[in-house]
Write a protein that binds this ligand. Structure first.
Ligand SMILES: Nc1ncnc2c1ncn2[C@@H]1O[C@H](COP(=O)(O)OP(=O)(O)O)[C@@H](O)[C@H]1O
Ligand SMILES: O=C(CO)[C@@H](O)[C@H](O)COP(=O)(O)O
Length: 496
């Protein structure tokens, strides 16, 4: 039997999956690392921690699986999007990576808008948002000019990891689409955007398709992990593109809900479509494909925050056990998940979360249910934007940590008013990365062919008409909380 490895470089941890030719997960490991929030709105990570934890996880994967290293044919990657890694001429990291959920770049976004006007959307198909990479590059240019002067190339997180594993510098197109420097339809770096902001084109790395073979493992990495130096490495993709691959979202009409640290609603698109910048539009890992996506910045993060705050040390199952005892609507308690600001539909780095309607009778499970509902309402705003743009959102495949809980899956069906499907084996973007390696190795003729073997659907959750009606009503109230708390949060900003 032959194997491939899929690596997902997430925000909280790196996960490695060893998958066989039947699509069965033979072994998995996970290693975590921390986030640094030096100031409110800042979110950084040390790229060296990604490398060390990945190498450690790979070594454990090889050892625990007992598989012969020569039988592991290929590796590919999925990674948290948008994070800025700057390297000097020698390939050394110049400063900590500035991550997707860092919101310090509002001023740079306004500069991008005023300088490029409609050209930004025309070229990149996206709006200027704090999380994207170009504003981060501009922030370093303005605030750390001595660092910027030394910068020879920029990479995204999983591209840096791949560089350290292979010694080869590339960025894959699905991830490059989230930089605001890529001409998304032409799949080329935009000279016009680089010129507008004094960025030398040499800062942009060589582009690769997700399925492209980029090299083999460095001997030093093979030594440290126990893998063969002949293991073939394929470029890989953005975590949301890989999540889509791993969930079989590969043709028009397919839609995905992912609840990880962030939350995502995504639909496959087979051609250019105008979302007027309200929704992200990126290249898919399937060659020639695209996807439209709305993002809730603090989805799983919000539930994690509540768990850490009121139930530290408890398992998720224990923490969520009583949620099913509380009816839809959490006893009149509403939560907005704006703990780190918001992306879709309110691109707002200043807004923060609220509990509205707290009552003396509310117990812990009301808070927990309200947080789960608030996250799902936020994702429903993205479902609404897709539907308004004419996308038919039918069945939605649900992945990520949020898909582990059946009450939450049913809640998704009731709030989205769409059937929600759970995968047989929910491995998230790491499985998508393994599938890219499997296709790269030539096991299958296409990603779709691989998905037929690797992706299975276990159960479908149908919307319950009564609960759907309750949620529809509450959703209207939820939507008005943003406008009602916007100015309050601006006034509170000084106290953060
Ligand atoms: N058993 C569970 N039930 C419901 N939600 C869970 C469970 N376990 C984790 N989660 C949620 O999923 C999130 C982590 O999801 P994951 O897909 O692993 O995230 P990431 O890839 O961003 O690190 C947590 O923040 C938490 O909110
Ligand atoms: O910013 C985005 C997408 O635009 C995020 O989805 C990141 O890609 C991080 O994802 P998770 O760690 O939550 O999976």
């Amino acid at each position: 039997m032959k194997y491939v490895i899929g690596i997902d470089l997430g925000t909280g941890s790196v996960k490695a999956l060893l998958v066989d030719q039947e699509g069965k997960v033979r072994c998995e490991t996970s290693r975590s690392y921390s986030l640094q929030h030096e100031q409110p709105g800042y979110s950084e990570q040390e790229p060296e921690a990604w490398v060390n934890q990945t190498v450690d996880g790979l070594r454990a994967l090889v050892q625990e699986s007992g598989v012969e290293p020569k039988d592991i044919e290929g590796i590919s990657f999925s990674g948290q999007m948008h994070g800025l890694v700057l390297l000097n001429e020698q390939g050394q990291v110049l400063r900590p990576a500035i991550l997707w959920n860092d919101t310090r770049t509002t001023a740079q976004c306004r500069t991008i808008e005023s300088k490029l006007g409609p050209r930004l959307y025309h070229i990149t198909k996206n709006a200027a948002l704090e999380g994207f990479t170009l504003p981060k590059i501009m922030w370093v240019q303005e605030h750390e000019p001595e660092v910027f002067r030394k910068a020879a190339v920029f990479l995204l997180p999983k591209d840096y990891l791949r560089y350290r594993l292979t010694g080869k510098l590339h960025m894959d197109i699905s991830d490059a689409a989230g930089t605001l420097l890529l001409d998304v339809m032409q799949k080329q770096w935009s000279q016009e955007i680089c010129d507008a902001f004094g960025i030398d084109m040499s800062l942009c790395p060589q582009l690769a398709e997700s399925l492209e073979f980029v090299g083999c493992l460095l001997p030093e990495i093979a030594d440290r992990t126990g893998l063969s130096p002949d293991t073939k490495v394929y470029a890989g993709g953005a975590d949301n593109a890989c999540g889509a691959v791993g969930a079989g979202i590969l043709k028009k009409g397919d839609a995905l809900c992912s609840i990880g640290t962030s939350g995502v609603i995504l639909s496959y698109e087979d051609q250019e479509k105008d979302f007027a910048g309200n929704i992200h539009f990126f290249n898919h890992s399937r060659p020639g494909g695209y996807y439209a996506m709305g993002v809730t910045l603090a989805a799983g993060y919000s539930l994690d925050w509540l768990k850490k705050t009121i139930a530290a040390g408890e398992s998720y199952d224990a923490f969520l056990a009583k949620v099913s005892e509380v009816p839809a609507g959490a006893g009149g308690l509403l939560f907005t998940p704006y703990l780190v600001g918001e992306r879709t539909p309110h691109a707002d780095s200043v807004i923060r979360g609220s509990f509205i309607g707290l009552d003396g009778s509310h117990r812990r499970e009301h808070l927990v249910r309200a947080v789960m509902e608030g996250i799902t309402f936020s994702l429903n705003e993205s479902v609404g934007l897709l539907r308004e743009a004419g996308v038919e959102v039918g069945t939605i495949v649900s992945i990520g940590g949020g898909a582990k809980n059946e009450v939450w899956l049913q809640m998704q069906a009731d709030i989205f008013q769409a059937p929600v499907v759970k995968l047989t084996s929910e491995q998230g973007p790491a499985l998508g990365a393994a599938m890219l390696a499997a296709v790269g190795c030539g096991w299958f003729g296409s990603i779709a062919e691989c998905a037929e073997r690797f992706v299975g659907y276990e159960r479908q959750f149908e919307p319950d008409p009564q609960r759907a009606a309750v949620y529809q009503d509450l959703f209207g109230i939820y939507q008005s909380v943003y406008a009602s708390t916007r100015d309050l949060n601006r006034r509170l900003q000084a106290y953060r």
